[in-house]
Design a protein around this ligand. Structure first.
Ligand SMILES: [Zn+2]
Length: 225
């Protein structure tokens, strides 16, 4: 279904047959829906989220914006992009708080959705089922290049999907990976933005897997016996 809120909709139009299109509204009517903006760090996800939410506010729609308490980048009561665009937001400790806080909203924005866990999926489903436009932005892969839940699950239930790409800092190709530049096996290094750079698939170097623990080695040996 073509998204009326971005500039990438032409191709989406083409994949529907004429007969299917004649039955389909070009934009949603009397229903909620979910939009997901995903990609690596430094690809403009938050900027795009702020752009869409600002348009809704200009149209006098009731907008509520949330981000996980874990992300304290630059400010605590705003969503702020790397280019310093900002929009007021509420901090939540878990996604269920959003259901209550967004009760009156027509449009609901969620930034850094990858930090809110799989419970975000039923929450945004409920919001969209209640007729709200929901826009989630987040990292689709972690520093290892592996899917970062709940973004893959959100992509499955979304009406509209946009994947933003950065520019590889090694070679200038489109970059879909977030390369970690420091040694750590923590999945999240909050606030350490100097510790990452965007990389393309050719230049991305996934971390070596950690050596197996003594317990894992013992299990493997026992299985072989
Ligand atoms: Zn590259």
């Amino acid at each position: 279904m073509p998204c009326p809120y971005n500039s990438h909709s032409d191709f989406s139009f083409q994949i529907f047959s004429i007969s299917a299109f004649s039955l389909m509204h070009p934009s949603p009517r009397n229903t909620g829906w979910l939009e997901v903006i995903c990609g690596p760090m430094f690809s403009g996800k938050t900027e795009e989220l702020i752009r869409r939410l600002t348009r809704a506010q200009i149209a006098k729609q009731k907008v509520e914006i949330f981000k996980p308490r874990i992300d304290a980048r630059y400010a605590t009561t705003e969503i702020v992009s790397h280019s310093r665009l900002a929009i007021p937001s509420r901090l939540v400790d878990n996604p269920w708080e959003i259901l209550e806080l967004a009760r009156e909203a027509e449009v609901v924005g969620v930034d850094e959705a990858q930090f809110l866990g799989l419970d975000l999926v039923p929450v945004v489903q409920q919001l969209a089922d209640d007729g709200k436009r929901v826009i989630c932005a987040g990292l689709d892969t972690d520093y290892r290049g592996l899917p970062f839940e709940p973004i893959p699950q959100l992509l499955c239930v979304a009406e509209y999907i946009d994947k933003t790409l950065a520019i590889c800092m090694q070679c200038g190709n489109p970059a879909k990976h977030t390369q970690r530049l420091v040694e750590s096996t923590e999945r999240i290094l909050v606030g350490q933005y100097d510790s990452y750079e965007p990389r393309c698939r050719k230049c991305f170097v996934p971390p070596q897997p950690a050596p197996p623990s003594a317990e894992q080695l013992a299990l493997t040996i026992n299985k072989k016996r």
